[in-house]
Design a protein around this ligand. Sequence first.
Ligand code: OGA
Ligand code: NI
Length: 354
Amino acid sequence: MVTSVLPRVESLASSGIQSIPKEYIRPQEELTSIGNVFEEEKKEEGPQVPTIDLTEIESEDKEVREKCRQELKKAAMEWGVMHLVNHGISEELMDRVRKVGQKFFELPVEEKEKYANDQSSGNVQGYGSKLANNASGQLEWEDYFFHLIFPEDKRDLSIWPKIPSEYTEVTSEYARQLRGLASKILSALSICLGLEEGRLEKEVGGMEELLLQLKINYYPKCPQPELALGVEAHTDISALTFILHNMVPGLQLFYQGKWVTAKCVPNSIIMHIGDTIEILSNGKFKSILHRGLVNKEKVRISWAVFCEPPKDKIILKPLPETVSETEPPLFPPRTFAQHIEHKLFRKTQDNLSN
Ligand code: OGA
Ligand code: NI
């Protein structure tokens, strides 16, 4: 196989090119749905991503707590994505997370290359860009930094950014707090399904085995944003995904047959239900198709934390309590690794028939 070495998207973007290489141009059918993200974000008509206020999620008052859970449940069933507000993680900590990540990406590309991952040898952690995984050679307009942040004993701190020096401390604290938030959400979702409070947490691996992986997505300015995508349409394979961003719009959700642009909600964390919870809940909670647009004017950065079950230890399948005569299992049993395989295979098949 011939592999051509493509530069980092950041280098491409800063080289002054007026038109983007063909590998970044989306297929014709997709181009018709890509608009100007700033115009799209302003649109007020039509369905909008729900905002869930978590203030009362653990209220002493049973009814108050129940009302909060019902709102979460509705959002998880209808959308599978939401803006979480009053989630308990301080604005100050979120700002520090954004600052250390941004500082790392402000380093020269050569400096960042010292952290380059090596996907061909299975080292997925580190600084990287997408490798073309099919015959079309399709690429995305982003570079990223990917690494495991929780549990602490599974981290490899030697590959974490050393500049800025606060990176490790700040990112570790965020990981701990987000892990707590994940537990709260998993408890609430369990109760919504009529399960015991700790059930989903256990089913995705618990404190020891649920892995939190941080992907800092760096989307440079793009000279032809109407032709490219920062991240192509996909559903997340995780149990849950939590996303922070730098208040530049880009995320779109495919809802009722249309692309809906997520607004930028101050101090919120975007949360996705991923495929794992969709499977365990037998499709009651949705893993929504989404993608990322890019733009000419502003660099966009997002911090996505994927909460993932262990690759081989757990068989994912609809929990018996979510299955009945009228609600047969929608997903055959699979490990997380098999689920990833299955998705890659389907994608290859799609490409073959294009
Ligand atoms: C992802 C993703 C969206 C964003 O990394 O899986 O969907 O807003 N990112 O960057
Ligand atoms: Ni995603």
